[in-house]
Design a protein around this ligand. Structure first.
Ligand code: E4P
Length: 218
């Protein structure tokens, strides 16, 4: 299972990278805005900085919503670095653009996916990744993990190569459940990745080991 970090915060990206378990990064316009990254040139420069930190797939989202503009924007993003994955929304023009990018060998991440039908369409268009949003479904009392399971099953039925990238993963249990149902990738904040470290019995056990060791070394 691949771990992507879902942020545009360079410190968090570096920290996850230093942990040695990071496989890639996902960003979106909201995450860029959260870091105060505005304007075309600043956004492009920021993607380049992320690519310098992480040697893995980096999703860069298009802003355009019509086919020609998505293609223009996506091709320019893909030119930035071989690891850039063009993130395209699940809309009609987006699906057409994913097919175009796929035919040209440009990697894509189909975002804002909330149903199995949308995921099937993204796979048929040749998306590299599909991003179902687990947390946002849970927010409206719909089972996000069940959707991941359903998409994994459908892709397996037909041998689609599109990777299921569980997005909007908000806590450790989401991540573990995504692993249980066979998501290829999870993307989540740093706190979820570091949250995997935590167990009170680890803390108390280590405290005792160190204390016992200290007794023998007095
Ligand atoms: C996915 O790529 C999105 O950027 C992200 O996971 C959305 O998460 P949120 O619902 O916590 O904003």
């Amino acid at each position: 299972m691949k771990f992507f970090i879902d942020t545009a915060n360079l410190q968090d990206i570096q920290e996850a990278q230093d942990l040695g378990v990071l496989d890639g990064v996902t960003t979106n316009p909201s995450l860029m805005a959260k870091e105060g990254i505005f304007g075309h040139d600043n956004v492009i420069a920021h993607y380049k900085k992320i690519c310098e930190i992480v040697d893995g797939d980096i999703s860069a989202e298009v802003i355009a919503t019509d086919f020609d503009e998505i293609v223009r924007e996506g091709e320019a993003l893909a030119e930035l670095h071989p690891n850039i994955v063009v993130k395209v929304p699940m809309i009609k023009e987006g699906v057409k653009a994913i097919r175009h990018f796929s035919d040209k060998g440009i990697k894509t991440n189909c975002t804002l996916v909330f149903s199995a039908g949308q995921a099937l369409l993204a796979a048929k268009a040749g998306a590299t990744y599909v991003s179902p949003f687990v947390g946002r479904l849970d927010d409206i009392s719909t089972d996000g993990i069940q959707l991941i399971e359903q998409i994994v099953q459908i892709y397996s039925n037909y041998g689609y190569q599109t990777q299921v990238l569980a997005a909007s993963v908000r806590h450790v249990m989401h991540l573990v459940q995504c692993a249980e149902v066979g998501a290829d990738v999870v993307t989540c904040p740093l706190s979820v990745i570091t949250g995997l470290l935590k167990h009170p019995l680890t803390d108390s056990g280590l405290k005792t080991f160190l204390a016992d060791h200290a007794k023998g070394n007095k």
